[in-house]
Design a protein around this ligand. Structure first.
Ligand SMILES: Cc1cc2nc3c(=O)[nH]c(=O)nc-3n(C[C@H](O)[C@H](O)[C@H](O)COP(=O)(O)O)c2cc1C
Length: 331
């Protein structure tokens, strides 16, 4: 059974990619991911602020941080530990320890001086770079925004692509006024893949303590419908690769995303819940499903659902039709 997958020009054993999180910053975990069969891993991100701070040797208190004091505190604390060299050393080390593709990751929001660090990441041996551009709420700060958000993302991609030859994936959030147009623009700017979608921090409120809480940091399978829709829509509208992310918790999630046109799936919440050994279960179940359906390779069924015009249109439908709503009628 053929599970091999080409993602951004990289040859993966299968389409199961461990997404960016602290899980992938431990060499033992990476060995376990490989042993349990993952196709590739994305390392935890470095932040643009950390990179700029270290490259320029300063943290500008009067710059953007005054409207986001917790982030400033966090960054100040971790920046004292000098992050860049350890990140690069980690990439160098894992390149010798594991043989599957290792994708570095940077959370960024501007096409600034930090982009020189992308070259360092390439030199250290990362097979690819993922840019998480869904890190700041556009317009939330007091600083005037220099460029429109989509223009800004395109400028970041173009600048990074100018500096590196390795493939570049762009991890985005779901909120654009015209996601199809935005995605096309990112592709034109040079994105080799889009990661659909980053999962935002989701605030809740403790109504006893009257405080905002942040315990909801792992996804649930029900959250997959948004990325499923957009993988379906975008697979018909862009030709770059698509990594489906958020809410993929089992082989069924993997199968649905591949049927919808995803090149690979990315996940991490389920690994926090079930452990890294669960990658093997997902792979075994995927193979079992393919056998039942008599698919010899992943390419045999990738995009099959949206290749059908009627199914494809359902991904574009955003309101209940009368026939869907009938069950709610009183009589
Ligand atoms: C503890 C934790 C840390 C994460 N750190 C990062 C990060 O450094 N960079 C990033 O791009 N995404 C990060 N993510 C987001 C995940 O890569 C992923 O996009 C998100 O959790 C949705 O996938 P899931 O439903 O499988 O969890 C993190 C997620 C978790 C739970």
């Amino acid at each position: 059974m053929e599970l091999t997958t080409r993602y951004m020009g990289l040859d993966l054993k299968n389409p199961l990619v461990v997404s960016s999180s602290p899980l992938t910053m431990d060499i033992e975990n990476l060995r376990a991911c490989e042993a349990h069969g993952a196709g590739a891993v994305v390392l935890r991100s470095l932040y643009e602020e950390q990179i700029v701070n270290e490259l320029e040797g300063r943290l500008d208190e009067d710059d953007m941080y005054h409207w986001y004091p917790e982030a400033a505190e966090h960054i100040k604390k971790i920046s004292r530990g000098q992050f860049l060299r350890p990140y690069l050393s980690y990439i160098e080390k894992v390149r010798n320890e594991v043989s599957f593709p290792v994708i570095a990751s940077i959370n960024c929001f501007s096409p600034g001086s930090w982009t020189s660090f992308a070259e360092e990441v390439q030199k250290a041996g990362a097979h690819a770079l993922e840019l998480n551009v869904a890190t700041h709420l556009p317009g939330a700060g007091e600083e005037p925004v220099a460029l429109e958000p989509e223009q800004n993302i395109r400028a970041i991609i173009a600048e990074v692509k100018r500096r590196v030859d390795i493939p570049v994936a762009v991890k985005i959030g779901p909120h654009f006024s015209n996601l199809i147009g935005a995605a096309r623009g990112m592709e034109q700017a040079g994105a080799d893949a889009l990661v659909i979608f980053n999962r935002y921090y989701r605030p809740d409120i403790d109504i006893e303590q009257l405080e905002v809480t942040s315990e909801n940091y792992l996804s649930s399978p029900g959250e997959m419908s948004e990325s499923l829709r957009w993988v379906g829509v975008l697979s018909k509208n862009v030709s770059c690769d698509l990594a489906a992310n958020t809410g993929v918790h089992d082989y069924e999630g993997v199968v649905k995303q591949l049927l919808t046109g995803a090149t690979v799936t990315q996940f991490c919440s389920v690994l926090y819940i079930q452990g890294l050994g669960y990658i093997t279960n997902m792979l075994d179940d995927l193979k079992w499903w393919m056998k039942q359906k008599r698919f010899a390779s992943v390419d045999d069924f990738r995009g099959m659902i949206v290749d059908d015009k009627i199914n494809s249109e359902k991904f574009e439908q955003i309101h209940f039709l009368r026939r869907n709503a009938r069950m709610f009628d009183k009589d």
